[in-house]
Design a protein around this ligand. Sequence first.
Ligand SMILES: Nc1ncnc2c1ncn2[C@@H]1O[C@H](COP(=O)(O)OP(=O)(O)OP(=O)(O)O)[C@@H](O)[C@H]1O
Ligand SMILES: [Mg+2]
Length: 321
Amino acid sequence: MEQMTDNRQPILELRHISKTFRTDDGREVRAVRDANLAVYPGESVALVGESGCGKSTVARMVTRLISPTEGEIILCGRDISKLEGKGLRDLYRDIQMVFQDPYSVFSPRMSVGTFLGEGLVHHGIMNRAQATEEAKTLLALVELPTELMDRMPHQLSGGQLQRVVVARAVSIRPKVLLLDEATSALDVSVQKQVLALLMRLRKELELTFVFIGHDLAVVRAIADRIAVMYAGMIVEELGSEDLTKARHPYTQRLLESVFSVHDRTNQKVIRVEDMSMAVNANALPGCPFRPRCPRAMDECGTACPALRELEPGHRAACPAV
Ligand SMILES: Nc1ncnc2c1ncn2[C@@H]1O[C@H](COP(=O)(O)OP(=O)(O)OP(=O)(O)O)[C@@H](O)[C@H]1O
Ligand SMILES: [Mg+2]
């Protein structure tokens, strides 16, 4: 698998991207630090890590809702990190996103049918009448009945609404679909159905996924590879089947800290423990995990470790492993 990917060009590549926010009181928040990641065509890559580690900031940079402070983002062979105006608009033919809250993208006064056809009209792919016809096909694609065409968003369930958002995201046949906690707000049974739908669409439409999530069981099911973030940095990258081979002390800690809870339907959910200490860790020089690391060495306090290949498809940013 890895040898195969070695010969191909990544469809999406983050090259040393960083994002520093300045808060109202003048503080700097280094939300993402020197992140590097390559995603190959057809792959599903997940970003995991505790709350506040920078996952959504990466997502917002990749979809250019915000600009990186430093670094390049290469999508389909071109640097999109500085795009503006029409260039930005064209970007959304290649990449689409689905966020946690479908209401954030849905206009409350727009019917499902109009919403579904909007992207096609906006990008000049179809006229309004053609887009309305296509909307029916899109509903079927996400396993919803045609009757929903004239409904308004508040007349749909959360699961139905998220399916509609997914349908619109894929309507213009993007190459990459970025999903930021796209199923996290759904009931577990609904979540399972939407995940199954996503996996089917990925195959049928030959999509590449960047999937962000908290639930390691979900992430493992949907991703081929997992990139673990800590305090703004990608600290380990490995195959989703190989989680037990994790070598970075933070990933190991993360895996130890997952705990099981039982929801209403009595199904097992595995969540990433929220360790809020990380929030300030990115202000430190050297490795941000150092204060909590059982294997910290002197050198960890000075230089930020870079990702290093341990074996094909497995990289970690730690001098101790
Ligand atoms: N616009 C902003 N201004 C200042 N700080 C910000 C801004 N956006 C994000 N941050 C900070 O950047 C860090 C990373 O936030 P981000 O939303 O990327 O985390 P996340 O990994 O997506 O967390 P969650 O799992 O809770 O969604 C956090 O410390 C957050 O408070
Ligand atoms: Mg987030």
